[in-house]
Ligand binder design. Structure first.
Ligand SMILES: *[C@@H]1O[C@H](CO)[C@@H](O)[C@H](O)[C@H]1NC(C)=O
Ligand SMILES: *[C@@H]1O[C@H](CO)[C@@H](O)[C@H](O)[C@H]1NC(C)=O
Ligand SMILES: *[C@@H]1O[C@H](CO)[C@@H](O)[C@H](O)[C@H]1NC(C)=O
Length: 361
């Protein structure tokens, strides 16, 4: 057989699958097939800090940054999936042809980039029984079918708010979303997105409220083995309009989706920033025994008082333990990049603790 014939035959046998494979070993471009019992689902927003992840625990990385072939090869070498980000304006995919075209585009992109599925992150307001409500369910069903058929072993996940109770006006058909997707990623953070009571700074993810959200999903009979708990590796920095003697920080009224007040009054800060700021704070780390969360107050350089609420290994520990006790599929975080991955020994210790608490404590 001539070299040319051999080349043609090889291309035919490989089905073009390893064309342009950027990895050192072509088999690393194969989609990940193996399921692991416990999911550790990491959102990656770009850059190279993924090199410092604890890869012995990571099972899925959702690529929310720019496509990084080096990340794909590395994830595959560690048996971890790399999945696309999927977002589309729901009004545009009520139309079946538009929906099919969108799904095809995503499957083709995933194949071209040797990826292992898609994370659907729509977060749009939807009224129950509206055309968008039906279209969303159809989108998840059809996306899962297309991916599973065309990329064997691929994973289709869907991000939901901390509770299925129309949070942020997301009145989705959660039962069907649970049925058709491989995983539901519950975003147990931004839980003060709609503040109906006193307009004050509170925890990003109070323990009781967080766990109550899972009980609501489980009450809908969503398979616990499809539910991944999402925890925050960030907190909220609020500028206090006033700080009461009891330490209550009242915040500006910023409405959100019908609620008069919201965490949008604050700014999100990464754990790496928080760990530096707490040392130069007015109070040092305080603990709220009702919300089971740490916080502190600091003064900025123009004399304004701030209150910062966040999660650390102590507040995350009972959440991670609940993943085990409720028999959920796993845990994940927004996002993997926002720890301090520098060589500072204090930072290294803090970062290792944040990774290790994912598996419970
Ligand atoms: C199809 O999607 C495009 C955007 O991608 C949008 O402009 C158009 O209105 C949609 N068509 C229908 C019939 O929904
Ligand atoms: C913050 O303070 C703690 C305790 O005082 C100390 O161990 C740690 O090194 C400090 N962290 C940083 C980032 O300076
Ligand atoms: C990575 O995670 C594993 C499993 O939890 C743990 O045993 C190991 O110590 C971690 N590695 C580092 C560098 O923290």
């Amino acid at each position: 057989m001539s070299y040319f014939m051999w080349l043609l035959l090889s291309l035919f046998l490989l089905g073009g699958a390893s064309d342009n494979c950027p990895c050192e070993r072509p088999e690393l471009c194969q989609p990940v097939q193996k399921e692991r019992d416990f999911e550790v689902f990491v959102f990656d927003v770009g850059g190279k800090t993924w090199k410092s992840y604890n890869w012995s625990t990571v099972t899925t990385v959702a690529a929310f940054g720019k496509y990084d072939p080096e990340l794909m090869c590395h994830a595959h070498s560690m048996g971890a999936r790399l999945v696309l980000k999927g977002d589309v304006h729901l009004a545009d995919i009520v139309d079946q042809n538009n929906r099919t075209a969108w799904i095809k585009e995503k499957v083709d992109l995933a194949k071209r980039q040797f990826m292992d599925g898609i994370n659907l992150d729509l977060e749009q307001a939807v009224e129950a029984e509206s055309p968008e409500y039906t279209a969303l369910t159809a989108l998840v069903k059809e996306t899962a079918e297309a991916f599973h058929t065309q990329i064997p072993g691929s994973q289709v996940s869907f991000d939901v708010a901390w509770s299925p109770n129309c949070i942020d006006k997301r009145c989705y058909d959660y039962i069907s979303l649970g049925k058709y997707s491989d995983l539901i990623f519950v975003m147990s953070y931004d839980e003060q997105s709609q503040i109906w009571g006193d307009c004050i700074a509170m925890a990003n993810a109070p323990l009781e409220q967080t766990l109550n959200g899972y009980d609501q999903f489980l009450k809908l009979k969503i398979d616990p083995k499809k539910i991944v708990m999402g925890i925050p590796w960030y907190g909220y920095d609020y500028s206090c309009l006033s700080l009461s003697q009891e330490g209550i920080c009242s915040i500006e009224k910023v409405p959100f989706r019908g609620a008069p007040c919201s965490d949008a009054a604050g700014t999100q800060k990464p754990y790496s920033w928080i760990m530096k700021q707490v040392n130069s704070s007015l109070t040092g780390r305080l603990w709220d025994s009702k919300q089971k969360a740490p916080y502190f107050n600091y003064m900025d350089n123009i004399g304004q008082i701030h209150q910062v609420w966040y999660d650390d290994p102590e507040s995350l520990c009972p959440k991670a333990n609940a993943v085990m006790s409720k028999g959920l599929r796993g845990i994940g975080m927004w996002n993997g990049n926002i720890l301090d991955y520098s060589s500072n020994p204090v930072a290294q210790q803090q970062t290792a603790k944040m990774w290790n608490v994912l598996l419970g404590c």
